[in-house]
Design a protein around this ligand. Sequence first.
Ligand SMILES: NC(=O)c1ccc[n+]([C@@H]2O[C@H](COP(=O)([O-])OP(=O)(O)OC[C@H]3O[C@@H](n4cnc5c(N)ncnc54)[C@H](O)[C@@H]3O)[C@@H](O)[C@H]2O)c1
Length: 434
Amino acid sequence: MKITIVGTGYVGLVTGTTFAEIGHDVLCVDNDTSKIDKLESGIMPIYEEGLEEMVLANVKAGRLKFSTSVAEGTAFAEVIFIAVGTPPGYQGEANMSYVESVGREVAEHMTSYRLLVEKSTVIVNTNEQLTRTMNKYLKADIPFDIASNPEFLREGTAIKDAFKPDRVVVGVESDRAGDLLREIYAPIVEKSGCEYLQMDIASAELTKHASNSFLAMKISFINAVSRICELTGADITQVAHGMGLDARIGEHFLKAGVGYGGSCFPKDVDAFVRMGDEVGYRLDLLKEVQSINKQQREHVMRKLKQEMWVLQNKRVAIFGLAFKPGTDDIRESPSLYFVPQLQEQKASLCLWDPIAREKFNEEFPGLDYNDDLLECAKDADVLLILTDWPEIRELDLAALKDSMRCPIVVDGRNVFDAQAMDAQGFTYHSVGRP
Ligand SMILES: NC(=O)c1ccc[n+]([C@@H]2O[C@H](COP(=O)([O-])OP(=O)(O)OC[C@H]3O[C@@H](n4cnc5c(N)ncnc54)[C@H](O)[C@@H]3O)[C@@H](O)[C@H]2O)c1
């Protein structure tokens, strides 16, 4: 089938490439010309494992093309996925202007039936607003459908998730739209054996915000328990393990640490809370989730300050800038909270991240980086760990200790075994562990 994707970022590029890989004919559109120029020259604008090879192979096979024109995208395919950003607005509400502008442009250019699919994470009932917008800007009485198809891929494992999703959620209100989406996803559903859930559009839209908010809640819950552990001498790793083996709870997202970040959880929880206020139900539960997440960063910062007393002129090595391993995405990453604070305190910083360095440097130019973990930690008065990259876990602890001026580690991700660190002679602060 022919498919247009508007918005060629983390979601749009992965989705478009996956659709091309399963045999569809895909045009990925983005209004960022530098992004499209890069892609047309075979350069990836983002890092995602396995993406580059797959993009290049599908471009070569003629199944994946790029464009900066929504008009061209509208002419190209009957089915158009919207995968543009929905960043936070001034008061935390989801900024829907990018989604609206795609709807408007598609309406202005379409000359026959189109199915517009919301893949971006949107507020419940966005489909109604989109329908109103389309009707305003259509040049003639042309039929169209809106559908919701929220995306659940995780950065870092996005390609794997796209081919083997836990489920595909689709919200439609016409058989035609339902049939088109079922046909698009058939190869993935057949091969992976995943559930294909067709529901009404509002429920599909809501499923995404509810899922992300629930996951954020799990993280804040375990972080709250980690604080109790610190006050009572219990060990959060063991508590979380004991909880997670209960099938009703599940072991995922029960890892205490410096809190959640990234381009989705913070903004999606915020948008969900605002939406609740708007429709007349206060999601105070999620306000507490947000508050715990904020406190967790402050708590780790406090540990660092208490240990170091004065940070001015102290050499602080930071391992991890991306919001999680496997991605170069630094949006809402804990590093964006810690680095400016440490700069303010006039600490001298050396940073390490295997992939996110370039993106971080765009935000904070002029900082010191080292691509070698031990070199980065050399002569450091303290090491702060913000992302649990596997490379950190594999470090030779004796060598790490030798390279540092003071063997002090503040581990915001509980990467190391506390007893091993103790045995090695480190002063080791982690989260929720004695
Ligand atoms: N990143 C994730 O892990 C993830 C996972 C699931 C869902 N989502 C949701 O998917 C959506 C996209 O997220 P993302 O991380 O891919 O964002 P992104 O910022 O990486 O990509 C969005 C792209 O849309 C482009 N764009 C904006 N307006 C446009 C327009 N009018 N015409 C053409 N292109 C336009 C931007 O230039 C950008 O390249 C968001 O709603 C997000 O919440 C993201």
